[in-house]
Design a binder for this molecule. Structure first.
Ligand SMILES: NC(=O)c1ccc[n+]([C@@H]2O[C@H](COP(=O)([O-])OP(=O)(O)OC[C@H]3O[C@@H](n4cnc5c(N)ncnc54)[C@H](OP(=O)(O)O)[C@@H]3O)[C@@H](O)[C@H]2O)c1
Length: 285
């Protein structure tokens, strides 16, 4: 399989390029300096000259709070760019894999979100990512949207890295106990994205590691995986955050993995197993 990975400088893009190379795929990882996905001409040129079997779009403006004050940039990077990628993929018959987020939901559901549930984003980031979903899904069978949540990995900034830094500096840790979701480790997500690209699955798929928890509970697990005392972490509510965050987050961001199950694909590892791998790797860096 010949694969083009956009946003290859980010934490997920880097992991996917390494995984695809290890699988023997012919992979081109394009970071922003090689391909700015908002440049329609550049997108058309790169896709038509490389002629990949699939494009996995890992590029996005992921600064959730900053998106609130610059919606134009958010929609350009996360929405319009996907329109352009979709057109370029359509021209050559490449499958588009668009990575999306639980932030497309409003978080009011009393159960985990299914692929078929109605989206209703609370934030500019979520709305711009939903625009990207729509652009990809307009291709019909030519695209798959993979929604995921709480990404952590070896190659970028994420909650695991942040917590290890706080532990090192002895900073008191207070984390919200009223926002729930599923951590997802890029090392476990990359094989799913690769498979979606190879099999041209189509539709929407929710993929996260196994087990929902609050940020507070997750941070306790990170501290424990680092050999520390989880009781050094205290719970707070979102309302107690000082200063309040500009973007509203879904209280329930838990994604139901029914489609993965229907496809007969194995669930991703339990979070403690993934943390037992990742924390020592980050400590060795
Ligand atoms: N992080 C999470 O918790 C999370 C949760 C759910 C879903 N997702 C989704 O997962 C995907 C990957 O996220 P991530 O965590 O890997 O984010 P990331 O580390 O911020 O990587 C995103 C990459 O996209 C690049 N990028 C932004 N605008 C671009 C443009 N116009 N052209 C080309 N590249 C551009 C960024 O480059 P610069 O650094 O130069 O800006 C960055 O290297 C995104 O679709 C995101 O929405 C993330």
């Amino acid at each position: 399989m010949k694969l083009l990975v956009t946003g290859a400088g980010g934490q997920l893009g880097r992991e996917l390029v390494l995984y695809a190379e290890a699988q023997g795929s012919d992979v081109v990882g394009a970071d922003r300096s090689r391909l700015d996905v908002t440049d329609a001409d550049a997108v058309a040129d790169v896709v038509s000259s490389l002629r990949p079997d699939a494009v996995v779009n890992c590029a996005a403006w992921t600064a959730v709070d900053a998106c609130e004050s610059d919606p134009d940039r958010a929609y350009r990077d996360n929405g319009t760019a996907v329109v352009q990628l979709a057109a370029a993929c359509d021209d050559i018959g490449a499958h588009l894999v668009q990575v999306s987020t639980e932030y497309v939901f409003d978080g009011t559901s009393s159960r985990p979100y299914r692929e078929s549930d109605t989206t209703d984003p609370l934030s500019v980031y979520g709305a711009s990512k939903r625009a990207g979903e729509h652009a990809a899904l307009a291709l019909g069978d030519g695209a798959t949207v993979v929604r995921t949540s709480w990404l952590c990995g070896e190659h970028g900034s994420n909650m695991v890295r942040t917590v290890l830094g706080l532990v090192d500096r002895g900073v008191p840790m207070r984390f919200v106990d009223d926002q729930h979701g599923c951590p997802t480790f890029t090392a476990d997500l990359a094989p799913v994205l690769h498979r979606v690209a190879a099999e041209r699955t189509g539709g929407i798929i929710h993929t996260t590691n196994t087990g929902a928890r609050s940020w507070y509970q997750f941070v306790r697990e990170i501290v424990a995986a680092d050999g520390g005392d989880p009781d050094t972490v205290s719970p707070i509510s979102t309302a107690e955050l000082e200063p309040p965050r500009p973007a509203q987050r879904p209280a329930n961001g838990v994604l139901d993995g029914a489609r993965m199950h229907e496809l007969g694909w194995p669930p991703l590892r339990d979070v403690p197993d993934a943390l037992a791998d990742l924390v020592p790797r980050l400590r060795q860096r």
